[in-house]
Ligand binder design. Sequence first.
Ligand SMILES: Nc1ncnc2c1ncn2[C@@H]1O[C@H](COP(=O)(O)OP(=O)(O)O)[C@@H](O)[C@H]1O
Ligand SMILES: [Mg+2]
Length: 327
Amino acid sequence: MYPWERVTKTDSTLRMIHECVKRGHDVAMVTPDRLSIHDSVTMANCEVFTKGQKVSSSIESFRQNCEKSFKFLPMREFDTVFMRANPPLDPFVLNFLDSIKDDVFVMNAVQGLREANNKIYTAAYYDPENEFIPKTYVSKDVEYLQRIIEESDQEQMIMKPLDGYGGKGVIIIEKSASKNIKSLLDYYVNSSSKGAKSQYVILQEYIEGAEKGDVRVFMLHGEPIGAVRRVPSVGEVRSNISVGGSTVKHKLSKEEIKMCRKIGEKLVRDGLFFAGLDIIGNKLVEVNVLSPGAMYAYNKLNKAKLQVKIIDYLEKRVAERKEASSK
Ligand SMILES: Nc1ncnc2c1ncn2[C@@H]1O[C@H](COP(=O)(O)OP(=O)(O)O)[C@@H](O)[C@H]1O
Ligand SMILES: [Mg+2]
């Protein structure tokens, strides 16, 4: 996961850690840069929560006062590894996880993380009638992208970088601003901060109704287990909480549940057991598989503890594995 210093009181991972420590599990966290191979054994220089410590029922008090210490431990000896890093993920980290995946229940599965590591996962979801995937184009060919905008029958389209998160770089492109389009495309494709390499960008139809916000759906083993609506602040296109979006209660409609289950079948096939979908209307905008957030908002609005369901699920999967391997 990301470093503990970045964990704030509204953090989703914190809620899951708190739940695990409260249940008396051995819990440790490690940042990707603290993984090593020690004589062919994948090791984590991790921070372990002290066993038997008094666990405050207040999550914020737990965050401030929990006891932990560094230990150098073999990853293989854990029952489960829950990946909670922010995208984009370093592919080397996935190789470290590959080395333990036969012995440890890794959530989400390494192969699934590899496939869904950026927004191509949703863009390439085959849906020829655009029943639930908006019209989406991915390329680094500026002329091609320019043509897509020119030929679009919509006045506006959404453009975003392939591997952004938290709304970073998501903008509306308006046909009427035609003089700017080539320059913008050029900038997105060719002016990367990551060295000289050109970058893929996504163009996507602007989904009607997006002004009212999008819905973040929490998916556990292919089933929607809760949702919140995120409403963008005034004058903003992005509804991400990190750029000022506010959250309101949302009850999934029958159609939304049907769509989520349909997407969920693929998620489970790909080992993406815990994911956050971003949906607008009946369209899927993004699948977040690395570290979906907004759990704090859901819990607060619904007086719920989503983390309980997730940790119950992890315990169940681990128990099933143990039973299967003892046969
Ligand atoms: N096709 C779209 N139509 C309308 N709004 C969109 C569209 N795509 C993204 N947005 C808005 O921008 C936000 C961020 O886009 P998203 O694809 O989820 O990227 P990120 O990984 O940065 O969250 C969405 O939550 C939504 O509010
Ligand atoms: Mg998103």
